[in-house]
Design a protein around this ligand. Structure first.
Ligand code: 5GP
Length: 192
């Protein structure tokens, strides 16, 4: 992926839609892409590595970072804080790199609203489930959380789906290979 200049590619969509699987494969197959490692206050899940999947921070640190403007965007999601550290982003874009942000929909909207003020080229990609029923089943199967958290993720997901319309590119994750090919195309600059 060498064409065109640096930019942010924001990959968003509801929890359980398969964003992480798609993004992990993208990073594995395209090591020239930069990945923005978010900060979060949520507990580390088994298999997650500090500094690779997230930077796990306590609430006080998160609030302090937010207060001093250390995040490009940040949002509360299902009782935890999530934020994109500002620090490496401008340098990566200036180097001509594509930077992948995997974030939820409120954070994507914040970036959309301040895109021109930030002066960073951005492309917004929304990953959709084939149906609401399939999304519910996926969140249920994931089983990393208790029932109440799963239900609230599902409620949030239903609201998030309503936001798909304003994104530059929408990808339905029905078949992983097809969805992946469309994501590669979107990162390259097509698909919208
Ligand atoms: P999870 O807890 O499942 O890892 O993530 C919950 C949601 O937060 C997912 O939709 C994920 O994409 C999103 N997320 C991860 N990092 C960030 C971030 O830096 N900012 C925002 N706004 N959302 C994030």
């Amino acid at each position: 992926m060498s064409e065109a200049a640096g930019r942010l590619v924001i990959v968003s969509g509801p929890s359980g839609v398969g964003k992480s699987t798609l993004v992990q494969r993208l990073l594995h197959e395209h090591p020239e892409l930069a990945f923005s490692v978010s900060c979060t206050t949520r507990a580390r899940r088994p298999g997650e590595v500090e500094g690779v999947h997230y930077r796990f921070v306590d609430r006080a640190t998160f609030q302090e970072m937010a207060a001093r403007g250390a995040f490009l965007e940040h949002a509360e999601y299902n009782g935890n804080g999530y934020g994109t550290p500002l620090e490496p982003i401008h340098a990566w874009v200036a180097q001509g790199r594509r930077v992948i942000l995997e974030i939820e929909v409120q954070g994507a909207r914040q970036l959309k609203d301040k895109q021109s003020a930030l002066g960073l080229p951005m492309r917004f990609v929304f990953i959709l489930p084939p149906s609401k029923e399939q999304l519910a089943a996926r969140i249920q199967r994931r089983g990393t959380e208790d029932e109440a958290k799963r239900l609230s993720r599902l409620k949030i997901a239903e609201r998030e789906l309503e936001q798909a319309a304003w994104f530059d590119v929408r990808i339905v994750n029905e078949n992983l290979e097809d969805a992946y090919a469309q994501l590669v195309c979107a990162v390259r600059g097509g698909g919208g």
